[in-house]
Ligand binder design. Sequence first.
Ligand code: FE2
Length: 301
Amino acid sequence: MEGLHICKKNEYLEKSAQENGSISLLARGHNNEIMMQVIKKGNMAYINPGNSDELLEFLYILNGSISLRINDEKIILKTGDYFYVNKLKELAQFETNEDTELLYFSSQPVFFNISKRLNDLRDIAKKSQKKDLYTHDHGARVQHYTVIIANKLNLPKEKIENIFFASLFHDIGKIEVPDYVLNKPGKLTDEEWEFIKKHPITGMEMVNDTYYKDLSKIILQHHEWMNGGGYPNGISGDQICIEARIISVADAYDALTTDRAYRKGFTAQKAVEILESESGWKYDSVVLEKLFEALNEEEIV
Ligand SMILES: [Fe+2]
């Protein structure tokens, strides 16, 4: 049945071993995450206040016993007991009195901090950025503008979360493009161009085995053009997902304003003029407008 997910015992999206136990991501959607945490006897665990009043974290003891420390008081919670935090102002800590299994719900993503696979991808993203000879943090700058644009377009939280990660990982497939092709100043041969055209596909394949599968389409489409003249599939207009249209704009702006192996970076003003001339046929004009608004608000242009 569409929308129904049945999972058997010990099935999970990703499991991460930790020094004091393990944590498995069981389900996620609309920014919420449901996890199963196992903490061995005699370990301390912490709940951070988080940076939003909307954050709700709920922990249900499936098995075991913990001691919550509140000021000087010690409160013991056992199997079947639970607690949750919302608008938490200071660090909350507890200790496990025995091996303990907790069902852990969070209304905001937390698992990405723990995920081994995503951390591996972060390392690859850094390496491929280096290959591309971006001197500063290209991914973080692209991410800065994609998130602002997505918010300006009032995209749902889930799409903004996807954009956040896809911005960091969109060029991850360049890890397989030879360095001399990436930084070649002159015209590329057909064979070299084939390498470049493949990087969205390679990137898509690399995120396919993570629990962030939604990123694969965004990564695949980040070089498509509104008129169908892009790559790898030559799709056009609304066939290109909005997240990819946003990344394509932020990526282009950052590439234009950054020094590259083969040219100096343009001024912000010049970059805006170039992008304006490509509005509509290459880039989504509404998305581009939002980037210009953001640059204006930051008093960059
Ligand atoms: Fe790219």
